[in-house]
Design a binder for this molecule. Structure first.
Ligand code: UDP
Length: 412
């Protein structure tokens, strides 16, 4: 069952919830529409699953539409995704055509009734064409790292991006030269979702036993879609270096997202690399395995996120919220979440990751302190209620069209 707003008071305090209610009152009557390209799997779906019901509870009519496309479209959008992350990608005329044709089909399929429309990431970016007939305020919410994109593909996407009222990025280094307003809003995790809520020892034990995860050795875990940008093969490399010094086990947990056609290929590669090593467990879970991932993160001794590129990396905040020591690459939004040696350890290579993992395994008190600091940092900065407040303020900022918004006093 989904938690209601009042339930968050015990975590973030009454004042923060009152403030959300008051801000939503100022926006009464607005209809909000979110569009992305997958209902499950990946960080955006994770966030919208919780943000949308909470917006509704605040009295704002909110809908969430998921773009539909065929294999050719998702192959094209995966190429765009990789290219915007600065990676090599095959994006040529055929991919552009698949992108544009699917965009037109979805333009016709949706009811465009939002006064405020959030379009998430590049896949649905072309839907901004609907604003010509429908109007409203349009926001391109970019969750990925576009700090050094392949120029040709960025020019293709930029044609659409410049038609929005505003672009929202997760970290300052992702911003671009654009003729529209840009905002910084970090993503968030939901402390009361199945992925993050407290679990009893008994529940954790049952889940882990059911999944067949042995607990006889310290557990080093990465939870991620099987995607090259998450570098699962690099994690195996780091783990093999760790194991020369410390007996432990690696758990690679992942699943697919319906908008990610490369997953099966990467998973096969990971299985080949792990083959014959009883200390490497590769676990493929359905995308709805939230409570399972929660339990896995809680029984892990160290959580790794060795991404090559990253938008924000929700898995880092998820692990820190569970007070776990996290070893993660210093890429994308990860350094926003981890202050090195204070709320986790940052790394830049398999050797660096191995060194950091060993430090955590060999020094439990240090690891515990990193986890405790990480949890406090997430409480302050990366919970859903802060995210919701930022979106409400963003809508107000766009409606006011000036830098300073003068609001009536809450007591007036
Ligand atoms: N996730 C999941 N199952 C998996 C892999 C990932 O539920 O098999 C979740 C993970 O817990 C996190 C989200 O998907 O909530 C991934 O978000 P992140 O920002 O880390 O990466 P993205 O997949 O969006 O690039």
């Amino acid at each position: 069952m989904l938690a209601t707003l009042g339930a968050y008071e015990s975590i973030v305090g009454r004042q923060e919830i009152d403030e959300l209610r008051w801000l939503a009152d100022q926006l009464a009557g607005r209809r909000i529409q979110h569009v992305n390209s997958t209902a499950v799997g990946g960080g955006v779906a994770e966030i919208l699953t919780r943000l949308v019901p909470l917006c509704r509870e605040l009295g704002l009519a909110t809908r969430w539409d998921v773009m539909k496309g065929d294999n050719a479209f998702f192959a094209a959008t995966k190429a765009i995704h990789n290219a915007l992350h600065g990676r090599p990608a095959a994006f040529a005329r055929a991919e552009a055509r698949a992108f544009l044709e699917t965009t037109v089909q979805n333009l016709r399929a949706f009811a465009w009734d939002g006064d405020v429309v959030f379009i998430h990431d590049p896949q649905p970016a072309g839907l901004v064409q609907a604003r010509a007939s429908r109007g409203g305020r349009w926001i391109w919410r970019c969750h990925i790292d576009i700090s050094s994109p392949q120029p040709g593909v960025w020019r293709f996407v930029q044609r659409f991006v410049t038609r929005y009222d505003a672009a929202v990025f997760s970290a300052p280094q992702f911003t671009q030269r654009l003729p529209i307003r840009q905002f910084l809003i970090a993503p968030s995790i939901d402390p009361l979702s199945d992925k993050n809520r407290e679990l009893s020892e008994e529940t954790i034990r049952d889940i882990v036993r059911r999944l067949g995860i042995p607990r006889d050795k310290p557990l080093v875990t990465q939870v991620s879609r099987f995607d090259r940008l998450k570098d699962p093969v690099g994690v195996i490399e780091a783990f093999r270096l760790v194991r020369k010094a410390v007996d432990c086990r690696l758990l690679l947990v992942g699943g697919g997202a319906s908008d990610d056609p490369e997953g099966a290929q990467v998973l096969a590669e990971v299985r080949t690399r792990a083959h014959g090593d009883p200390d490497i467990v590769v676990l493929e879970l359905p995308p709805t395995s939230h409570v399972e991932i929660n339990a896995i993160q809680r029984v892990s001794d160290v959580i790794v996120q060795k991404s090559v590129r990253e938008g924000f990396g929700l898995t880092v905040s998820e692990a820190l919220w569970k007070a776990k020591p996290v070893v993660a690459s210093a890429v994308g939004g990860i350094p926003l979440q981890i202050a090195h040696r204070h709320s986790g350890l940052l790394c830049r290579s398999p050797e660096g990751a191995a060194f950091a993992i060993k430090q955590c395994l060999n020094s439990p008190s240090f690891a515990k302190r990193l986890g405790a600091n990480g949890r406090a940092h997430v409480r302050q900065n990366f919970l859903l209620t802060r995210h919701l407040r930022d979106y409400l303020l963003l809508i107000m900022a766009l409606e006011h069209g000036e830098d300073v918004i003068r609001l009536p006093s809450p007591r007036a």
